[in-house]
Design a protein around this ligand. Structure first.
Ligand code: 5AD
Length: 350
């Protein structure tokens, strides 16, 4: 039964939520063939290239209060920092000299980063480093703001939906946040021509296998160019401190289902996956992923961007150790590609 469903998924790039659920529930018996199918499909679209992005964590200030997140505003123990324009530029410059051609500016929802400040930094990076892509991951903003940032040269935007179930969404977030607004933001980003990334956590509190199964038809409908999937990892200064972490094995299974559902998707093996699985990057590639995002944040600030406990940030997670990352990938039969690494179809709506 599993093998038939995997064949069907390979042919149609979609199953019903019930069929996805069956695979998830029976994953012990079919994970190897699912991973093999995900690799085949990924290899057919992107080959064995793995795109490397330089991640710059620009601010640990956040106005939001997501219950799972270590930089939520109620966490009085969090160490806060923000990078100014020159520090962000210097981090990008370091990445550029290492050969990286995509910079991901990620941060909490920090009012310091007005449209004007962000547009200046985007224009400066794009001006000084032609041929580079700028990806933003700065949470929910007004459509007009996304529009200005796009006009200043931003190419891509990552905004995980966190869960496709609205009731579940409200149990993970404070009352002032809504699933509806999250989706509105994602639709705006898509319509403005950003290569858009959605995504969710695996094993977050109150999540069921039924909910996970429904992530895939949801993604099929949304059709994002990128999908970030990582296990939930508890942070001791949050209301979810006592909840169990999500499993690496289920995360890998969800990566493979996502690859087969959206064959062209840019799919990272996330830092959270590396945090719970020491070999997470390679395991992620072997389940159909094709992107990694080593950390370019100035090392003295790196520990402060603490979304969850034990966040990996050393070794091959650090952009300084690109040679180690390249060697790891090579040994597993992959080739690191530092180029822009756009989605093969980009975003036709732009
Ligand atoms: N565990 C795993 N992932 C987390 N994120 C935030 N907090 C946690 C946590 N405790 C993820 C969210 C967010 C991304 C930047 O980090 O999915 O979108």
């Amino acid at each position: 039964m599993c093998e038939e469903l995997i064949d069907k998924l390979c042919k149609n790039a979609c199953l019903s939520a019930q069929e996805y659920l069956f695979l998830i529930q029976n994953r012990q018996s079919c994970s190897e063939s699912l991973y093999a199918a995900a690799r085949r499909v990924r290899d057919g679209v992107y080959g064995r290239k793995v795109y490397i992005r330089g991640l710059i964590e620009i601010s640990s200030f956040c106005r939001n209060d997501c219950l799972y997140c270590g930089i939520r505003r109620s966490n009085k123990a969090a160490q806060r920092y923000r990078l100014d324009e020159n520090e962000i530029f210097a981090a990008a410059e370091k990445g550029y000299s290492l050969g990286l051609r995509t910079f991901v500016l990620q941060g909490g929802e920090d009012a310091y980063y007005t449209d004007e400040r962000l547009c200046n930094i985007i224009r400066r990076i794009k001006g000084e480093f032609p041929g580079c892509a700028v990806t933003l991951s700065l949470g929910e903003r007004q459509r007009e703001s996304y529009e200005r940032l796009r006009a200043a040269g931003a190419d891509r935007y990552l905004l995980r939906h966190e869960t496709a179930n609205p009731a579940h969404y409200s149990r993970l977030h404070p009352p002032r946040m809504s699933f509806e607004n999250r989706l509105r933001c994602l639709e705006s980003l898509k319509s403005l021509g950003y290569q858009t990334g959605a995504g969710f956590m695996v094993g977050s509190p109150f999540q069921t296998e039924e909910m996970l199964a429904r992530e895939l038809p949801f993604l099929k409908r949304l059709e994002p160019q990128m999908v970030g999937i990582g296990p939930f990892v508890p942070h001791c200064e949050t209301p979810f401190a006592a909840y169990a972490q999500g499993s690496a094995e289920l995360t890998l299974f969800m990566l493979a289902l996502t690859r087969l559902t959206l064959p062209d998707v840019l799919l990272p093996a996330t830092t959270a996956l590396s945090t719970v699985d020491g070999n997470g990057r390679i395991d992620g590639m072997n389940a159909g992923a094709n992107v990694v995002m080593p950390n370019l944040t100035p090392p003295k600030q790196r520990k402060k961007f603490s979304l969850y406990n034990g966040k990996a940030g050393s070794g091959a997670e650090a952009a300084e150790n690109l040679a180690e990352l390249k060697a790891q990938l090579k040994a597993a039969g992959y080739e690191a590609d530092l180029g822009r690494g756009d989605h093969i179809l980009r975003n036709h709506q732009g």
